[in-house]
Design a protein around this ligand. Structure first.
Ligand SMILES: NC(=O)c1ccc[n+]([C@@H]2O[C@H](COP(=O)([O-])OP(=O)(O)OC[C@H]3O[C@@H](n4cnc5c(N)ncnc54)[C@H](OP(=O)(O)O)[C@@H]3O)[C@@H](O)[C@H]2O)c1
Length: 285
């Protein structure tokens, strides 16, 4: 597993676990807590969640799995990197602080490692940045960042947010099937040493049955989902956060962090899913 440097020090694993769609149904909770717990046992160290996911339900079950793993001595808190996000409508000065307090309580933690503005909303960027920096100064979060920010949003953040050099990450939709961010956003972030966190890296599961990726997968004796993840991770400043509940998926995805695609494999993927030739608006799921 590769680690990527964040602006301002510390580092994050290149692959983590997503939790969207978890925490939505009481009947699935046991299996979802077990999945997060199993992921930690397998070696996942980065977990992505949000106050939006199951309206707090996902944070609660992540908190339960993390507490259990720490209690059992299977992981140390400092070795985990927990990401959560504030809803845009909560991202005022006071609202951000209150939302963070609720997330911390649900997660059962005294600090979130990375706290993101989930997408742009009605509150002025400068105010949200200020609120996030205050949380960092108070030690309630270690790093702050943004999500679903296109290049012009990042420019605006840099103007509004006191150069944004301390913004740790931008989390956006990026996969072999959705490459739009590659045109200008990824180079913009890379130039500033800011990792891009790729959400929906398997296109919500659909790349697992992509005919072209299956062909490459068969040749390499891996799965198409692993090829999709290895493609995302072939970008040196990109982190992938696939979501999985099924144990076989969790294992497959983690193993993909060590799969290296050859130049010929990458060229074949370019012909199946061509790189963008011009700027288009950032895709969002
Ligand atoms: N910031 C944002 O606005 C935003 C938006 C979307 C997502 N996200 C984050 O990014 C994470 C990942 O994105 P996502 O959940 O949308 O989609 P994804 O990770 O691309 O795909 C998840 C789906 O693929 C399946 N899957 C996982 N591994 C597989 C494998 N090896 N083979 C076949 N199928 C596999 C999962 O099934 P099982 O669960 O049944 O195993 C699940 O149905 C989210 O969970 C969330 O944390 C953030």
């Amino acid at each position: 597993m590769r680690y990527l440097d964040l602006p301002g020090g510390s580092s994050i694993p290149s692959l983590g676990l997503g939790t969207w769609r978890m925490g939505e149904a009481a009947g699935h909770r046991k299996a979802e807590v077990s999945a997060v717990r199993a992921a930690i046992d397998m070696g996942y160290r980065l977990i992505d969640t949000a106050e939006m996911y199951g309206e707090g339900g996902a944070e609660e079950l992540v908190g339960q799995a993390v507490a259990d793993a720490i209690r059992a001595g299977d992981v140390r808190r400092e070795d985990l990197f927990i990401v959560s996000k504030v809803y845009p409508h909560n991202a005022s000065r006071k609202g951000t602080s209150a939302a963070c307090a609720r997330s911390l309580a649900r997660l059962g933690l005294d600090r979130i490692d990375l706290y993101l503005l989930h997408w742009r909303g009605e509150h002025p960027l400068a105010e949200t940045c200020d609120a996030l920096r205050t949380l960092a100064a108070q030690g309630r979060i270690r790093h702050w960042g943004v999500s679903n920010f296109d290049t012009d949003d990042m420019e605006e953040l840099a103007d509004a947010g006191g150069d944004a050099a301390d913004c740790a990450v931008n989390q956006v939709y990026f996969s072999a099937g959705e490459r739009g961010a590659e045109f200008s956003l990824l180079p913009w972030l890379r130039k500033r040493g800011m990792p891009m966190m790729a959400y929906s890296p398997i296109d919500q599961g659909s790349l697992a049955t992509d005919a072209g990726l299956l062909k490459i997968a068969q040749r390499l004796d891996v799965t198409a989902a692993q090829v999709a993840l290895a493609w995302v991770l072939s970008r040196p400043t990109v982190v992938a956060i696939p979501k999985a509940v099924r144990e076989a998926h969790l294992r497959e995805n983690l193993a993909a962090a060590d799969l290296e695609l050859s130049a010929a494999d990458l060229a074949e993927i370019d012909s199946l899913h061509p790189p963008p030739r011009r700027k288009s608006p950032l895709a969002m799921i």
